[in-house]
Design a protein around this ligand. Sequence first.
Ligand code: SF4
Ligand code: SF4
Length: 231
Amino acid sequence: MRDLNALLIDELTAHGAALVAFGDLTELPPEVRGGLPVGVCVAVKYPKEVIRGIADLPTSEYFDAYNRLNERLDALVLRGAEILLAEGYAASAQTRERVGAGEDSNSTTLPHKTVATRAGVGWIGKSALLVTERFGSMIRLSSILTDAPLECAAPINESKCGACTVCTNACPAGAISGKLWRVGMEREEFFNAVACRKAAHERAVLGFGGGATICGKCIEVCPYTRRYSEN
Ligand code: SF4
Ligand code: SF4
């Protein structure tokens, strides 16, 4: 049998994934991972010019890209699950239809960001976004849960934000406390999601007339994002 890790990476990358990685989820409660031991993290990235374009306010191009990337992610995780099922394993694609945006912690769903940290893709920044060494935060995430015997990466359990205060200072909502994430920490301990949503709603109105709750300032300013977006 062809190496299953490589098969998934090749197939999903060919269809637009920027990152595909594998995480051991067995330290998490079985009920949040559907009793399945492995998470496949799938990420797609925003075009550089779209991220450079939101330095002042969110744009309609950014909102369009956000929607396009979400659609692509759903298609990618469905394709990945199809491959795993065809190989005889259980697989559950964590599409928006199944888990919503997958960005919030609650007792019944497993955030894609958690799968991403278990798969060694990045850490949770002070902004509550997943931050990667390669693309910063200019990505969107989804995931697949499976019992396939995939080789898993070493997880990331600590922040690499260090003393950086760029997103804390830039956030128009004051939603980012500046506290460093470490594994097991609840988002509410360092991030005010209510304040973020309120500001994002207002900034979408200012940026492109509204109809969305989207801001992205903390994505654009992050030095890890800029290292990629400006080159
Ligand atoms: S999306 Fe905007 S309002 Fe929300 S945390 Fe980031 S910078 Fe602040
Ligand atoms: S801007 Fe700095 S503190 Fe905020 S997520 Fe990026 S590296 Fe971390």
